[in-house]
Design a protein around this ligand. Structure first.
Ligand code: BJW
Ligand code: ZN
Length: 308
């Protein structure tokens, strides 16, 4: 592998884009990235400063993507991409976790406000939280990471995009047939008749909105903690993971299940697994390659020839 080896230096500058409490601007500006190839942990290249628990790579003026990943990218037929909140971070969407922070809404941790329990206890508060986020998201646009993934549809014989995100930014970038594991913030669902409604254009100022069909209470059509995923969504993602040649895990802390099991399935079935994230995750050790950096900077490079 014609990669660039650089000396390792202990302690570096953190290169992740932090998760911030809602209501504050998200700073997702890149300040570095590097590549880590597993299992041999060969350092392919690094540009700028970044932090790992055990080593730090100083700036090296080389391409940040390895020949190996370009080779995999060039030869793959079936590709699966699993995305999380980090893929939207450069659009300005706050992440839930990352950078040592956890998102909080009015002092309530998001695991509490985004839970099935809260739906039963305080539905108006849940709507207030989602309305706040709908307002924030309405002004945001896809970033180069969403756009790169959308272009990959024409490159591979089969591209399966599985997202944990509810923001709809993949679709806005042109991705089709997106498997949304955790629902979509632009839809609401009726407790009584189960009807789903597109609520993108509607702003509910306060209280709980009513079903347009039966007048029952609506809820956001998203998957909260303790709830089942939409029927068939995980099964379709798992089937694609079983069959893919190449699996990208982009911008997810990989702590929420069953979503985090998808790369595990792909790896067990023989796929080459690549993680793109400014921080290490519980899945990093399972991946063949870890590209440490921002998705919006790294994904567009994968279609380009390696520069060495
Ligand atoms: C960048 C970046 C840049 C930053 N570029 N990267 C097994 C063991 C233990 C528990 C469970 C288990 N199986 C299931 C559970 C329970 C639970 C669970 O997983 N809990 C764990 C947290 C412990 N799972 C569930 O409840 C699921 N349901 C279920 O399993 O049903 C079956 C069942 C039901 C009942 C009883 C028993 C079983 C449902 C999970 C639903 C998750 N919902 C949420 C909220 C959605 C609504 C909302 O938005 O409010 O989904 S939680 C939240 O986390 C959201 C996300 O989709 C999800 C994942 O987060 P994600 O995307 O990874 O984001 P972050 O913020 O965590 O990470 C961002 C990453 O980006 C970081 O790593 C950054 O470094 C990185 N980053 N900038 C690239 N520029
Ligand atoms: Zn209804």
């Amino acid at each position: 592998m014609a990669s660039v080896r650089s000396p390792t230096v202990r302690e570096g500058i953190h290169c992740g884009s932090p998760a911030l409490p809602y209501g504050r601007a998200s700073d997702t500006k890149a300040n570095g990235y590097c590549i880590e190839s597993l299992p041999d942990r060969e350092i392919a290249s690094c540009s700028g400063a970044c932090y790992h628990p055990n080593f730090h790579m100083p700036a090296v003026a080389h391409s940040i993507t390895s020949e190996r990943v370009h080779e995999q990218f060039a030869n793959a037929g079936r590709v699966l991409v699993l995305t999380g909140a980090g893929v939207s971070a450069e659009s300005g969407v706050p992440t839930f976790r990352g950078g040592g922070n956890t998102a909080v809404w009015k002092g309530v941790p998001f695991e509490v406000i985004s839970s099935a329990r809260m739906l039963e206890r305080d539905l108006p508060a849940v709507w207030e939280w989602f309305n706040y986020r709908r307002e924030l998201l309405a002004a945001l646009k896809p970033n180069p990471a969403h756009e790169a993934i959308s272009r990959w549809q024409d490159k591979f014989s089969e591209l399966t995009l599985v997202t944990q995100n509810i923001d709809g930014l993949h679709q806005a970038a042109g991705s089709r047939h997106v498997i949304e594991l955790h629902g979509n913030i632009w839809r609401a669902r009726c407790f009584d008749c189960g009807a789903r409604h597109d609520v993108r254009e509607l702003m509910f100022d306060q209280g709980v909105p009513s079903c347009f069909d039966c007048g029952g209470h609506l809820r956001p059509d998203v998957v909260l903690f303790g709830e089942m995923l939409p029927a068939g969504a995980f099964e379709r993602a798992a089937a694609a993971a079983q069959q893919c040649d190449l699996c990208f895990v982009v911008g997810t802390s990989a702590v929420v299940y069953p979503a985090a099991s998808i790369p595990e399935i792909a790896r067990s079935a023989g796929a080459y697994v690549v993680e793109v994230n400014p921080e290490r995750t519980p899945l990093s050790d399972l991946c063949h390659e870890v590209i440490t950096g921002n998705a919006g900077e790294i994904l567009p490079l994968l279609c380009q020839k390696p520069d060495r």
